[in-house]
Design a protein around this ligand. Structure first.
Ligand code: PLP
Length: 435
């Protein structure tokens, strides 16, 4: 399978090149040239299959030309070492719990898959060494670092803003050691992202170190997220749900929603999607007006969705041939402020006995407000509420339990390298190992 760039000014590339490079040479995002629908008998029997086998069939449609069946099966099975159950929250509304992985957020699926696929390609390239750079405002750093931990031939550098991630989040990528290096930037998230982008643009650095990105611009991180949309459908079918399915996706950089849209294009019977935003409502405004106006992000209690210029917007409009009308036919929007998010967390807790995290709360609320006749809704519960312990405890008014898996991260001691948001300092460090 070949991959094109959303900017259309770079030649098409192989999967291997798309994964190892991350970003196209014209700074566009890679897209598969072909989206192959899955056969009807797959959908007819999907409720009898388990998560891993469903995921393998989806992965095979994208990656089967480029990765031999046995290798691809190993990569998929090894990635999905955890479940993604559907849980009924109330009549016609279900939570797809994506927080059962090692770092308790949905990014574990893409992080683990990308690490394994990259390792496979590096083995074929005579064990070339690559350096993965990733900027994080919290959850991406932990999922990527844990996904790549101990993977031969790959060094990971996680850039995070000093004092701006929660203690739990920080521990998840600063206590690992081995091939993971945490770099604490004296600045904000935008500074971290600018630094990483600056490093990719620097030819000297790139030719010496083979840099790649593990943010959701990488095709190997975002496409595997399609797996759990199919698994959600299988579970609903098993439960005997017959109504039209609406999927509500709490969105920031829009990688998760884009993966769901790919699923629909492959034949997944989802009637429509809802993109749930927080106060960073750039996509919501685009749906209303047809105009895309990126702006600086504002901080909210659903901080993983604080994105002012979502990178996967380019993939979504490319998928719909740049037609605003076509986008609107499949996706509607919602946007909620902190007060509304808190209100929904509290309401679901009191009335339904279900504890939401602030991101999932946006998805849940969008379903409560927008479901129509003969529809059933699934929202993606993108992280475990305990990752946002303080926020949640303030909302519901009492303490919550921290799962053992999360608690275990708290035991390690923090190791990170303080750095200024200055590219020259980073270059010196990466090339010479000194500050
Ligand atoms: C990253 C993240 C999101 C946003 O996902 P995108 O794919 O960037 O739209 C939502 N919720 C949580 C908890 C996240 O970590």
């Amino acid at each position: 399978m070949r991959y094109y760039s959303t900017n259309h000014r770079a030649a098409n590339v192989s999967l291997e090149e798309a994964v190892v490079k991350g970003l196209a040479s014209d700074k566009g995002l890679f897209m598969p040239c072909d989206i192959r629908p899955l056969p009807q008998d797959f959908f007819d029997n999907i409720e009898k299959m388990d998560f891993k086998d469903i995921a393998f069939r989806v992965a095979d449609a994208f990656f089967g030309d480029d990765v031999p069946e046995e290798d691809l099966r190993d990569i998929v099975y090894d990635t999905l070492s955890f479940d993604a159950p559907i849980v009924k929250v109330k009549e016609d509304i279900y939570s797809l719990e994506l927080f059962h992985g090692p770092t308790l957020a949905f990014k574990d699926v893409g992080g683990r898959f990308m690490a394994r696929l990259l390792r496979y390609f590096l083995k074929r390239q005579n064990h070339k060494q690559v350096n993965v750079l990733v900027a994080t405002s919290g959850d991406t750093g932990s999922a990527v670092a844990n996904g790549f931990l101990g993977v031969e031939g790959i060094n990971v550098y996680v850039f995070y803003p000093k004092g701006k991630v929660s203690e739990i989040q920080e521990k998840q990528f600063t206590t690992l050691g081995r091939n993971i290096t945490a770099i604490e930037i004296d600045g904000c998230f935008d500074d971290c992202q600018a630094l990483v982008k600056g490093a990719f643009m620097d030819e000297e650095l790139n030719s010496m170190l083979h840099l790649t990105s593990a943010n959701s611009i990488n095709i190997a991180r975002f496409l595997p997220q399609a797996f759990y949309y199919f698994y959600a459908y299988a579970q609903l079918k098993r439960m005997g749900v017959k109504k039209d399915i609406v999927v509500s996706v709490p969105s920031g950089n829009f990688g998760n929603l884009a993966a769901g849209l790919f699923g629909k294009r492959m034949g997944l019977p989802v009637k429509r999607f809802i993109a749930a935003n927080n106060a960073n409502d750039i996509f919501y405004k685009y749906l209303q007006t047809g105009e895309y106006s990126p702006r600086a992000s504002v901080s909210t209690i659903a901080n993983a969705m604080d994105v002012g210029d979502p990178s996967n917007f380019a993939r979504i409009i490319s998928l719909y041939g740049n037609s605003h009308a076509a986008v609107c036919a499949d996706i509607s929007g919602a946007a909620y402020n902190n007060e509304q998010i808190a209100e929904s967390v509290k309401q679901a807790w009191i009335d339904e006995d279900y504890l939401l995290d602030p991101h999932g709360a946006c998805g849940y609320r969008a379903l409560c407000e927008n479901l129509r006749e003969n529809e059933v809704g699934v929202f993606l519960e993108t992280a475990h509420p305990a990752k946002f312990k303080e926020t949640i405890e303030n909302i519901i008014g009492h303490t919550i339990d921290i799962p053992d898996k999360l608690q275990a991260f708290m035991q390690g001691s923090k190791q990170s390298i303080p750095m200024s948001p200055n590219l020259q300092d980073l270059k010196k460090f990466l090339m010479l190992g000194e500050l």
